[in-house]
Design a protein around this ligand. Structure first.
Ligand code: ADP
Ligand code: ZN
Length: 733
C-alpha cells in the first residue's frame, strides 16, 4: 500500500455532522488523529483536525480531494480528549468540527503554532562572574545590579528580568560583552519548579477533616463527590487542600467556576496560595493570553487551571482532579450553538480520565442530589458555617398584609433602619434591573411593548430611556400615551427605582447598585465590590449578581424583594432556581461574628419553600420537589431533548415542527412528543420561536430517534426555511 491509499478523516469547523475524508498523498506518514491540517471544502481552504484514519473503506476515492498541507507534526489534542470530544458530538448531536472548535483557543483554530514560545533563560558566564561588580556599580548601576542578581541564581527567565525593567536589547548588549549567556528551553521539557508549593491554610474543622478524609480514602481513581456545604462552611478551603495534595503528587487540578469576573475574591485567594502555578481561562482574556493558558495546561506548567464553562475541554498533561464550584449554576450550560453542560461533561471527563471529581455547592442541583441518593455520587455535607455567626434568621413578610411602595414594605424598611443604626451593611435582592418594568397607560390599559419582541419595554430613568431587555432595542421615554395623550405611569420597581426610594428615605446612607447597568463600564464591578468590602457602602441593591459567592463580612440584613416572580414559573425547574437564589442570597448575611437576618417579601408566605428555608433545610425542599417531579415524570425521572426552531415568520417554524412532531410520533411509541408549542416569548428580536419536546424514561430511544430524524430532515424543504437547533438536557423549557 502506498501513501496514496491513505485516507484521513478531518473535522472542519462547519455545520457538517461528521468528518470529511481526504487523501494523504505525501510520502511522509499521515498526521495522527489530533493534528491540524489544511483542507479544501467547496473551493475554500479550512483548518481542520484529523479525527481518525478510517482505512480503506467503501468511500469513492476517485472523488476525494487531498489534504493541502499538514499544520502540526504532533497532535495538539491527545487521544483521550479527542475521544471525549467525539463522544460529545454524538451525545449533543452537534457537528464534530464545531465541538472541536469549542475546545481550541481562537489562535489555534486560525493555524497558529501550538508550541509555546520557548522560555528564554539568562545566566552569568565565567567572564560575567569575574566582573568586579562594586567597581561597575559606580559607572553602571543597573548592569551591576543585574550581575549581582544573576550571581545568586543558576538561571533566570527573561520574563522575570523584563518584569524588573531589563529589555531584551539591554540583555543582548551584555551578552555581546561576553558576560551573559542565553539559553532557550521548551517549557514542556522543564517541569515547573517545585519551589512554589502552597502554604498551609487554617487548621481544619472536624467537618472539613472528615470531608477530606472521605475524599482521600476513595483513592486516585474515578469517584464523584457531591459536596453540599452551606455558604461559608469552608468548601473553598477543602478545594485548596485537595489542589495542594495534587500539586505535591505532580498532578493537575481543573477547577470550573461559573463566572470569574463576578468572583475576583476566589481567584485572588487561589493566587495567594498557589501563585505562579495557576492558569486562568475565561472569555475576557485576550486571544494571546488564552493561548498561553492553554499551553500552560498542556505543558503541565500550570498545576491548577481555573476556568469557566469551556475550560472543561482544557488539555491536561497529568490530570489528577476535577472540581466544579457552584455546580448548580445555570452558566455551566451553554445556551447557544453547541449547547453542552460543562458540569455534566466535567463528570464525564473525570470518568474517562479515571480521576475523582468534586461537585460543590451550597444549593446543589436537585438532579445532583438525586444522583447522590441513587448512589452515583458520594454525598458529603458541611452543614455549619465557620465562625460564630451561626445561620441567619429567616422571616417572610406577608405582602397581603403589608403594601409595598416602590418595591419596599414597611416591615422591611423598619429592619433596614435598625441595621443601619447598628452600623451594619444591608443587601437587597431584586431580580429586575432598570427603573420600572412597565410604562402603563391607565386609560387605555396598555403597556408599551417592544416592536420586535413579545415583551414590555423597561423604563431606565437615568437617561429617560425605554429599553427592551431581550433584544436591546432602545427609544426615548415619553410620558404621554400615543393613543389617548393621557399621562402614563411607571408600574413596578426595578433596582434603580428601589435605589432612588432608599436615597429619599435614608439620605445619610451610602447606597450602591450591583446589576449589569451599574457595572457595564470596565472596572466598575471591581469598584462596587471593593467599596462594599471596605464597608463604604451601607446598602447594596442588586440583581442575581448578588448571589455569586461574595464574602462581605458586615452584611447582617438581606432582603428579597420579589420572591414570587419565581414561585409559580412555567418551567419545572422554577422552584429549584428560586430556592437556590434565595439560599445563595441569604448566605451573604452574617458571615463573620454578627448574626444575620433574612427577610423575604411574598404574597404566599405559606409556600412549602419558605417553610423549608426557615428551617435551613434546602435538602428537604429538594426531596419534596423531587417527589413531585417523580409523580409528573420530569427529569431526573425522564430525559428530555428539545428541538428548537426559529424564523422571521411564524408559518415556516410551525410547518417544520409539525412535520417533525408527526414523524417522531410515527416512529416511536415510547418517546413522548410534546408540541409544537410557541416559546415562552414567541417573538424575540423579530424572530418567531417554537419547539418540540421529546421525552423518554430511557436515554437510548430518545437519542436513536433524534439520529433518525436528523437523517430524514435533510430531505425536507421545510427544514431549509428555518434555523433549528437540538438542545439535549435543556436547562430551560
Ligand atoms: P465556602 O467556600 O463554603 O463559602 P470558605 O472556604 O470560603 O467557605 O470559608 C469561609 C471563610 O472561613 C473564609 O473566610 C475562610 O478563609 C474561612 N475558613 C475556612 N476554613 C477555615 C478553618 N478551618 N478555620 C478558620 N477559618 C476557615
Ligand atoms: Zn425587544
Amino acid at each position: 500500500m502506498t501513501n496514496a491509499d491513505i485516507i484521513v478523516r478531518v473535522a472542519v469547523p462547519l455545520p457538517i455532522e461528521s468528518g470529511l475524508d481526504y487523501l494523504w498523498r505525501d510520502t511522509a506518514p499521515p498526521p495522527a488523529p489530533g493534528c491540524r491540517v489544511r483542507v479544501p471544502v467547496a473551493g475554500k481552504s479550512h483548518i481542520g483536525v484529523v479525527i481518525e484514519h478510517p482505512g480503506t473503506g467503501s468511500v469513492d476515492r476517485e472523488r476525494l480531494k487531498a489534504v493541502t498541507a499538514p499544520v502540526d507534526s504532533r497532535p495538539i489534542i491527545d487521544a483521550a480528549l479527542l475521544a471525549s470530544l467525539r463522544w460529545c458530538a454524538g451525545y449533543y448531536h452537534h457537528p464534530i468540527g464545531e465541538v472541536i472548535n469549542a475546545a481550541l483557543p481562537v489562535l489555534l483554530r486560525r493555524g497558529q503554532s501550538a508550541a509555546p514560545e520557548p522560555e528564554i533563560y539568562w545566566q552569568l558566564t565565567t567572564e560575567g562572574r569575574a566582573v568586579d561588580t562594586p567597581a561597575l556599580m559606580r559607572r553602571a548601576r543597573r548592569q551591576a545590579a543585574l550581575l549581582e542578581l544573576l550571581a545568586g541564581h543558576a538561571a533566570v527567565t527573561e520574563a522575570a528580568l523584563q518584569a524588573l525593567g531589563y529589555t531584551r536589547a539591554e540583555l543582548g548588549r551584555l551578552a555581546d560583552k561576553g558576560w551573559l549567556a542565553r539559553d532557550a528551553r521548551e517549557e514542556s521539557s522543564t517541569p515547573a519548579p517545585q519551589a512554589a508549593l502552597p502554604a498551609g491554610g487554617p487548621a481544619l474543622t472536624a467537618d472539613q477533616r472528615a470531608t477530606l478524609e472521605a475524599i482521600d480514602a476513595a483513592g486516585p481513581n474515578f469517584h464523584a463527590f457531591l459536596l453540599h456545604g452551606v455558604t461559608g462552611s469552608g468548601k473553598t478551603e477543602i478545594y485548596m487542600r485537595l489542589i495542594a495534595e495534587q500539586m505535591l503528587a505532580e498532578r493537575q487540578t481543573l477547577l470550573l467556576v461559573p463566572e470569574i469576573s463576578l468572583t475576583p475574591q476566589l481567584v485572588s485567594r487561589l493566587e495567594a496560595r498557589f501563585g505562579p502555578r495557576l492558569a486562568v481561562m475565561h472569555s475576557a482574556l485576550t486571544e494571546r493570553d488564552r493561548l498561553a493558558a492553554w499551553q500552560a495546561c498542556r505543558s503541565g506548567k500550570a498545576a491548577l487551571i481555573v476556568g469557566t464553562r469551556s475550560a472543561v475541554f482544557a488539555p491536561l498533561r497529568q490530570a489528577g482532579l476535577v472540581v466544579v464550584d457552584e455546580e448548580h449554576d445555570a452558566s455551566f450550560k451553554q445556551a447557544e450553538g453547541f449547547r453542552y453542560s460543562a458540569r455534566d461533561l466535567a463528570v464525564y471527563r473525570a470518568q474517562q480520565l479515571d480521576i475523582p471529581v468534586v461537585l460543590g455547592s451550597a444549593t446543589p442541583a436537585f438532579e445532583s442530589l438525586y444522583n447522590a441518593r441513587q448512589g452515583r455520587y458520594h454525598l458529603l455535607r458541611l452543614p455549619q458555617r465557620i465562625g460564630a455567626a451561626g445561620t441567619p434568621r429567616l422571616r417572610v413578610i406577608d405582602l397581603n398584609r403589608h403594601a409595598v411602595r416602590n418595591g419596599l414594605s414597611a416591615p422591611l424598611l423598619t429592619a433596614i433602619e435598625g441595621h443601619l443604626r447598628a452600623g451594619n451593611q444591608i443587601m437587597l435582592f431584586l431580580n429586575r434591573r432598570g427603573f420600572a418594568p412597565a410604562l402603563f397607560c391607565p386609560q387605555c390599559a396598555i403597556a408599551e411593548e417592544c416592536t420586535r419582541c413579545d415583551s414590555r419595554m423597561t423604563i431606565h430613568a437615568a437617561g429617560g430611556r425605554l429599553r427592551c431587555h431581550h433584544c436591546g432595542a432602545e427609544r426615548a421615554l415619553a410620558w404621554a400615551c400615543e393613543h389617548c395623550g393621557g399621562e402614563r405611569i411607571a408600574v413596578g420597581a426595578g433596582t434603580q427605582r428601589v435605589g432612588e426610594e432608599l436615597r429619599t428615605l435614608f439620605p445619610e446612607a451610602r447606597i450602591a447598585r450591583l446589576d449589569r447597568d451599574a457595572t457595564s463600564r470596565r472596572g466598575s464591578l471591581e469598584q462596587v465590590l471593593g467599596e462594599v468590602a471596605q464597608g463604604k457602602t451601607q446598602i447594596l441593591v442588586g440583581t442575581q449578581m448578588l448571589a455569586k459567592g461574595h464574602d462581605f463580612p458586615n452584611v447582617t440584613l438581606v432582603g428579597v424583594l420579589n420572591a414570587d416572580q419565581g414561585l409559580f414559573g412555567t418551567d419545572f425547574r422554577s422552584d429549584e432556581r428560586l430556592a437556590q437564589t434565595i439560599v445563595q442570597v441569604a448566605g451573604r448575611a452574617g458571615r463573620a461574628d454578627r448574626p444575620g437576618e433574612v427577610l423575604i417579601q411574598s404574597h404566599y408566605p405559606a409556600h412549602p419553600l419558605f417553610e423549608c428555608l426557615r428551617e435551613q433545610d434546602y435538602a428537604r425542599f429538594a426531596e419534596l420537589a423531587l417527589a413531585e417531579r417523580q409523580a409528573t415524570e420530569w427529569p431526573p425521572f425522564s430525559y428530555l431533548i428539545m428541538w428548537r426552531a426559529q424564523a422571521s415568520a411564524r408559518e415556516p417554524v410551525f410547518d417544520f415542527l409539525r412535520r417533525l412532531a408527526r414523524t417522531a410520533r410515527e416512529r416511536r411509541s415510547h418517546v413522548a412528543v410534546h408540541g409544537p408549542a410557541a416559546a415562552v416569548m414567541e417573538r424575540r428580536g423579530g424572530r418567531f420561536r417554537a419547539q418540540v419536546l421529546l421525552q423518554c424514561v430511557r436515554r437510548g430511544p430518545l437519542h436513536e430517534l433524534v439520529e433518525e430524524l436528523l437523517a430524514e430532515i435533510r430531505r425536507w424543504p421545510e427544514a431549509r426555511k428555518v434555523r433549528w437547533a437540538i438542545d439535549v438536557d435543556p436547562a430551560e423549557l
